[in-house]
Design a protein around this ligand. Structure first.
Ligand SMILES: Cc1cc2nc3c(=O)[nH]c(=O)nc-3n(C[C@H](O)[C@H](O)[C@H](O)COP(=O)(O)OP(=O)(O)OC[C@H]3O[C@@H](n4cnc5c(N)ncnc54)[C@H](O)[C@@H]3O)c2cc1C
Length: 370
């Protein structure tokens, strides 16, 4: 029986980051991914995610700072540019731009609150109402290149990575470890990091008492700007939140909420036409510099807790990492470090990310974070 320090289940952004962090620490690591690299069935596919510092929550502002430093480390170690700073805009009363500005100021993050007419002059392809928060540290992450970079670094540090391999079962052993069963055999791990995204619940059913995790099928739309320009990332939040970000020459725009509830197995990959209509009318109203007919679209899964806080905790030999809720990508390399700390026996980074905290009603109704 092969024995390793850690088995990582899943190689989306989370598992790739965990494999990189653990192998950098010299742990023996085996990582299993059910599908091939760049598959489109989970949450991490595509070429763009928003990185931003602006949150209405002090904890997340602080964590984005630590994540930003680790993105730089990943870029240095991989020799790749993975986080492209474009600056980011927040507008719309629902997003509380003034409250975000105050938190950024407290944290020493450069930001400015701009009147709407001045913002329209600076970003002529966009319309604004009410104060606009701009912070230059925001930008765009490339998740597919980031996953490739992290798995490459993990492999060169000794991790063994196996694509096309389902982990069928995790069986805790009397010695405190876990027997990991796959179609091609079993191995013994001292600790297992479960980074299975929307498959977390089926894999851990009967093993770990999870809080409610809601899987929704989201859709994103790509639009062609009338003129080439450098676009910032943005979120406009009124009653609902719509976000956008540049991806190559196009602008990707999507609703943060309102996805159809589904499961990883049952999702149909069909774009919701009502969401397309709503996003097109958003583009007509708020993005005059963009052709309102989408030129491409795709679906993706969110796995969300009720309060949109992450689960980053450990029960016995099983580390549970579910950092999605539609805003986990920006924290990727930090989540890898947290997963490695948990696997090494350190306590959870914050009480809010524990399994127990999620069992209690939080009363928190988180803002759109993307
Ligand atoms: C449309 C969309 C837009 C988003 N935009 C942003 C954004 O702008 N900014 C931001 O910060 N975040 C954003 N997010 C969130 C971010 O993308 C997610 O937090 C992140 O991708 C989660 O990655 P993950 O690795 O946890 O899950 P996944 O990417 O789903 O990875 C889980 C992996 O585990 C594998 N797996 C599952 N079960 C098994 C098993 N039993 N055996 C082997 N392998 C298994 C799966 O095949 C999968 O590859 C967005 C998400 C979506 C869907």
């Amino acid at each position: 029986m092969t024995r390793v320090d850690v088995v990582v289940v899943g190689l989306g952004l989370t598992g790739s980051a965990a494999a990189w962090a653990l192998s950098r620490r010299g742990r023996s690591v085996v990582a299993f991914e059910a599908f091939q690299p760049d598959h489109r069935r989970g949450s991490s596919h595509g070429r763009s995610r928003i990185f931003r510092r602006a949150y209405t929550d002090r904890l997340y502002v602080e964590l984005t700072g630590r994540a930003g430093e680790l993105w730089r480390l990943l870029e240095r170690e991989s020799g790749e540019s993975l986080l492209h700073r474009t600056g980011g805009l927040d507008h719309g009363a629902g997003g509380e731009p003034e409250a975000m500005a105050a938190l950024l100021a407290d944290a020493g993050v450069p930001a400015e609150l701009i009147p709407p007419d001045e913002a329209a002059r600076r970003w002529p392809g966009m319309s604004f109402e009410g104060p606009v928060l701009f912070h230059p540290e925001a930008g765009v992450i490339d998740p597919e290149r980031a996953m490739a970079a992290m798995t490459r670094l993990a492999t060169s540090a000794g991790a063994r990575i196996s694509y096309g391999t389902w982990v069928d079962a995790l069986e805790p052993q009397s010695d405190g470890g876990v027997l990991v069963r796959t179609g091609s055999g079993s191995l013994h791990a001292r600790t297992v990091v479960v980074a299975a995204g929307p498959w977390t619940e089926p894999l851990l059913s009967g093993l770990v008492k999870l809080p409610r995790l809601t899987v929704t099928q989201q859709q994103v739309f790509f639009f062609r700007p009338h003129e080439s320009a450098v676009w910032p990332t943005f979120i406009r939040e009124d009653d609902d939140a719509v976000y956008g970000l540049p991806e190559g020459p196009l602008l990707k725009v999507a609703e943060h909420g309102r996805g159809r509830v589904t499961t990883a197995e049952d999702r149909d990959g069909v774009v919701d036409p009502a969401s397309r209509e709503r996003v097109m009318s958003f583009v007509r109203r708020w993005l005059p510099g963009v052709d309102p007919a989408p030129c491409d679209e795709l679906t993706c899964l969110y796995t969300s807790t009720d309060g949109e806080d992450f689960i980053l905790d450990r029960q016995g030999p099983i580390v549970v990492c579910s950092p999605c809720s539609g805003h986990g990508a920006k924290f990727t390399p930090l989540v890898g470090e947290i997963a490695a700390d948990l696997a090494d026996g350190h306590p959870p980074i914050h009480e809010r990310f524990t399994l127990a905290a999620h069992e209690r009603p939080s009363g928190r109704d988180r803002r759109a974070n993307s």
